[in-house]
Design a protein around this ligand. Structure first.
Ligand code: MTE
Ligand code: MO
Length: 412
């Protein structure tokens, strides 16, 4: 008791010193425990927070041939995933892909409606308020653009792998809304449409629409950001990014695959392939150490990276530090979620010699992330990495750590 009292007395004494110090404009307290500077407070800053001015990670325009496009528009802006920790991408750094460049619709949520029509018993229109009355779900899911891939000449991982992000999405299961509208048994596809003039329209198999697709109004604990589709976006977990229609305003139930603007990347597919072929395969990448980074010295490091798959949860990640001769099982940080980024780590002591770092993952279907050689063989193209894979590329990425500690893309 006596000890407690004396501690409290000491605390009061220090507080008095602090109050006096602040009033006098002092920058440091006697015991050196207090910060030297303070962020100048303002009502705005307190009302909606900002990160520290010392934190500088920003989204970056994703390289050619996507941005800028033939019309000079920046269509792909990538997440700096080498700076990421954990598995959630901050909303402000979630990658952005649009067919209209930087410009995104500015939608008044009170005027916005989602229409569900076509092969249904009761065509319906939902306001945001209506949607929020339905039972909700909250799920961690990644989005990945088909343009995301190991690439020759990419200087940083932002350029090669920054077109994927992972967020916590909240909304209503699409199956709930389709049932509410009385979707007919003969309807085998839906067409989902966005609000901008290009409309970001895609045909999606009814089975996927009913299984786990989500009409999301929430992202990382607040409303979906404008760049991500405010006020409503469709989440089609594990499908290529382009199916996750933003600024969602219309869903039509139909009985066949409808070709849309978005088919520029899928023209060679028939509708059977289309139904099967949209899922992102198992993919992983080491985010630290990665290309463009510098190891200060030899010694201990924690290798860290992200793994994800459209086929479900990640079951295993292996890491090699010798170019793929020996592999070690990495550990998971947290519990792998279905169609979500999964953080993996492996303790590593760097001996100062040139090292080739790579990771490969296995998903819950037992599918293993392929090598560049396997992917090239699948598509019938040369193994030479200057050939762009004519489809999604989930091949293994190798980073080369040079003996001076600089880290490089092994493809360049
Ligand atoms: N309405 C609409 N939805 C869209 C797009 C678009 O241009 N318009 N781009 C698509 C593409 S190509 C991708 S990869 C994802 C990207 O989602 P994000 O910008 O939230 O990362 O959204 C998809 N949804
Ligand atoms: Mo995309």
């Amino acid at each position: 008791m006596a000890k407690k009292l004396s501690n409290r007395r000491k605390f009061l004494k220090n507080s008095a010193a602090l109050a006096g110090g602040l009033a006098a404009g002092a920058t440091q307290s006697a015991n050196g425990q207090m910060p030297e500077k303070y962020i100048k407070g303002s009502d705005d800053l307190v009302a909606y927070g900002q990160r520290s001015s010392f934190e500088t990670a920003v989204r970056e325009s994703h390289g050619r041939p996507h941005s800028p496009d033939a019309f000079g528009l920046v269509k792909h802006v990538a997440t700096p995933i080498q700076e990421s920790v954990g598995v959630i991408t901050p909303s402000a750094l979630h990658y952005v892909a649009t067919t209209r460049g930087h410009y995104v619709p500015d939608i008044d949520p009170n005027a916005h409606q989602l229409m569900i029509h076509g092969m249904v018993d009761r065509p319906l229109s939902f306001t945001l308020q209506d949607l929020k009355r339905f039972p909700s779900v909250t799920r961690l899911h990644f989005v990945e653009c088909a343009a995301n891939r190991p690439s020759i000449g990419a200087k940083t991982i932002t350029e090669s792998h920054g077109l994927t992000s992972c967020a916590e999405w909240t909304g209503v299961l699409l199956s709930t809304l389709l049932k509410e509208a009385g979707v007919k048994g003969s309807a085998s596809w839906i067409i989902a449409e966005g609000a901008e003039e290009v409309k970001g329209t895609s045909s999606i198999p009814m089975a996927k629409a009913m299984e786990d697709s989500l009409v999301a109004y929430g992202m990382n604990g607040e409303a979906v950001r404008p760049q991500q589709g405010y006020p409503l976006r469709l989440m089609v977990p594990g499908f290529e990014g382009i199916f996750n229609v933003k600024w969602l305003r219309r869903i039509k139930a139909v009985d066949k695959y409808w070709m849309t603007y978005n088919d520029y990347g899928h023209l060679r597919q028939n509708d059977v392939d289309a139904a099967l072929g949209y899922t992102i395969g198992p993919k992983s990448v080491i985010t630290f150490p990665s290309s463009g980074q510098q190891l200060p010295d030899k010694g201990f490091y924690e290798i860290s990276g992200l793994a994800w798959s459209g086929g479900g949860a990640i079951r295993r990640v292996e890491v090699s530090t010798d170019g793929g001769k020996k592999w070690k099982d990495a550990q998971f940080v947290g519990t792998p979620q279905r169609m979500a980024h999964t953080r993996f780590t492996l303790p590593w002591t760097w001996d100062g010699s040139e090292s080739m770092l790579l990771s490969r993952c296995t998903d819950e279907l037992g599918k293993v992330q392929p090598t560049r050689v396997q992917v090239a063989k699948f598509f019938g193209i040369p193994v030479d990495p200057s050939y762009r894979v004519p489809g999604r590329d989930n091949s293994i990425q190798t980073w080369r750590v040079a003996s001076d500690g600089s880290v490089h893309n092994a493809y360049s």
